[in-house]
Design a protein around this ligand. Structure first.
Ligand code: ARG
Length: 571
């Protein structure tokens, strides 16, 4: 079905060119973007403010509204009224319901796909933890926003390449090597794996407070690593292997798989060519011994390319990685999801890529998000005051297990469902607000079955499953008896899904889908409580209501999966 706003825009344009011949009218897209959803349905389902047209049509807005209202007749709208400078359109929901619900039944899981990605490639760089440092709650954002953006792009037909740009190179390895040699022990690391590495990393920082020479020692060990010292390389590989095994557990829980784990170390041999290109473009200047690109003209501090000792930096590796990815994947977009703290870093090296003359510089997109705290406490890696992602998920799963046992004493517990609900609750809570806002995480709020939470949404989905199972087959929808207010409201929400998907994509904002899920659940549950479904007396009404439940089932399931939630059939 054509989206309702587009249909209205086409009608408005047609009526305007009919009544105001020769006028220079805005484009259909512009009209579409001016259309509003009025807060109160007494003012119509769609409203078009005529003020912007006043100049081109040389008429007062109320006059334009009245003229357009006269000129529009379409089965999609039961009523079109002028009120002041507004044109209010009332959707014929019964007619729309039949078209929409048949369309959803026909399109199935594809309903709402904007199909704009055909033949295009998107590279998504996300999660990307720093090896040997804890994978903590601060990584929740990049991991779930990144993955959801990947799912959204896949839904739109893009070929997606998910890259885990592991922080697997840098001075932290020098620190870890020093800490391991001084205070570590192989058996202990083998037994406690990442926990022991984190303990060593934290201890290094505690000890270095009192003895700053440890920092020099760490730098020297990293330098040895860069010079391919065998012993240090072996430790480095071992630390990475342990870390990857650990991340794998969390990714499996979240249903995330990456197409590539090429981390920072992968670009070691690819940097010299890029550095040469920067130099050849005349961009490199020496600043206090370091090689930098001056960005004063763009009101940014210089982008650091080489340290005084000639070693490379984070931006150097990012520039090399972008060039490599462009050559390898020929991307239409390369998306980076990190905390807003890195916004300057991305703005700087994106500019360097542009100055280097790469014509794909404008395909690089940084998607920042706000900070996460837990009970008000900011999370810091170095002090050991961290909440690990796996612990957060484990605690959520544990709580769901307890709630389930309490609700159904003695019943067998389905571990897969308990995990899907616990993990889903954390993700849903995190993806509820705009990504750029800082968030204070509350596990009990996230897990509430009564609030606007993941468990509530998954529970609503399970309700659609059980209704459909009892119905034993989905009939076709045929417009018949007038709809109840709850049915009309539900149909209107179902019709909004394609628009919301587009918005989530264009804003890089999975929370648009989360909020949509809440709207859909609210409308569905009102319908469920107020309207008889399986027990409806009229056969036609019963059939249509079952078909409506099936449509909600399809759309809700799709929407939940787009934000990385699993959709168990029974909870
Ligand atoms: N490892 C970095 C961190 O944890 C994030 C990497 C993001 N991706 C990139 N290409 N810079 O802060």
């Amino acid at each position: 079905m054509k989206k309702i706003k587009e249909r209205a825009a086409a009608l408005i344009l047609a009526a305007a060119s009919e009544s105001f011949p020769g006028a220079e009218l805005p484009s259909a897209e512009e009209i579409t973007s001016l259309l509003e959803y009025p807060p109160d349905s007494a003012m119509g389902d769609l409203a078009f403010p005529c003020f912007r047209l006043s100049r081109v049509l040389r008429a007062a807005p109320p006059k334009i509204a009245a003229t357009l209202a006269e000129g529009i007749a379409d089965p999609a709208f039961s009523r079109v009224e002028a009120v002041g400078g507004y044109l209010n359109l009332f959707i014929d929901t019964a007619a729309m319901a039949e078209r929409l619900i048949s369309d959803i039944a026909a399109a199935g899981e594809n309903y709402g796909s904007p199909a704009i990605g055909e033949g295009r490639t998107v590279v998504l760089d996300y999660s990307s933890p720093n090896v040997a440092k804890p994978f903590h709650i601060g990584h929740l954002g990049t991991t779930v926003i990144g993955h959801s953006l990947k799912l959204l792009h896949e839904f739109a037909g893009y070929r997606c390449v998910g890259i885990n740009h592991l922080g697997d190179w840098g001075t932290q390895f020098g620190k870890l090597i020093v800490a391991y040699r001084r205070w570590g022990d192989r058996a202990e690391v083998e037994a406690r794996e990442i926990d022991e590495l984190v303990r060593l990393y934290v201890k290094f920082h505690a000890e270095a407070e009192a003895d700053p020479t440890l920092e020099d020692e760490a730098r020297a060990e990293f330098k040895k690593l860069e010079m391919h010292d065998e012993e240090n390389l072996a430790l480095w590989r071992w630390f990475i292997e342990i870390s990857l095994r650990e991340y794998g557990k969390t990714y499996r829980m979240l249903g995330i798989e990456f197409d590539s784990y090429n981390g920072e170390s992968f670009y070691t041999d690819k940097m010299p060519a890029e550095i040469e290109k920067i130099r050849a473009a005349g961009l490199l200047t020496i600043d206090d011994g370091a090689s930098v690109v001056n960005l004063e003209e763009w009101k940014m501090p210089p982008c650091l390319i080489l340290k005084r000792d000639g070693s490379t930096l984070y931006p150097t590796r990012d520039i090399a990685a972008a060039a490599y990815r462009h050559a390898t994947y020929d991307f239409d977009k390369c998306i980076y999801v990190t905390s807003a703290g890195q916004s300057l870093h991305f703005a700087q090296w994106f500019k360097v890529v542009e100055l280097m003359g790469y014509d794909w510089y404008d395909r690089l997109v940084h998607v920042p998000y706000g900070t996460v705290s837990l009970g008000g406490a900011k999370l810091a890696t170095r002090t050991g005051n961290v909440v690990l992602l796996k612990d957060l998920f484990a605690e959520a799963v544990e709580k769901v297990r307890a709630i389930t046992a309490e609700k159904n004493p003695g019943a067998a517990i389905d571990e897969e469902v308990v995990e899907a609900v616990g993990v889903g609750a954390v993700i849903f809570y995190y993806l509820s607000g705009s990504r750029i806002h800082d968030i204070n995480f509350s596990l009990s709020d996230a897990l509430s079955f009564d609030g606007n939470t993941g468990p509530y949404a998954q529970y609503t989905y399970a309700r659609t499953c059980s209704l459909l199972e009892k119905a034993g087959g989905v009939p076709a929808y045929k417009a018949s008896a007038p709809l109840t207010e709850e049915e009309r409201a539900l149909v209107r929400v179902l019709a909004l899904f394609p628009e919301r998907v587009e918005e989530a994509l264009s804003e890089y904002e999975p929370s648009v889908i989360t909020r949509y899920i809440l709207d859909l659940c609210a409308a569905f549950n009102r319908f469920y409580h107020e309207c008889q479904i399986l027990s409806a007396e009229d056969e036609g009404v019963r059939a249509n209501r079952i078909a409506t439940v099936a449509a909600v089932h399809t759309v809700l399931g799709r929407a939940l999966r787009l934000i990385c939630l699993k959709t168990p059939e029974k909870i």
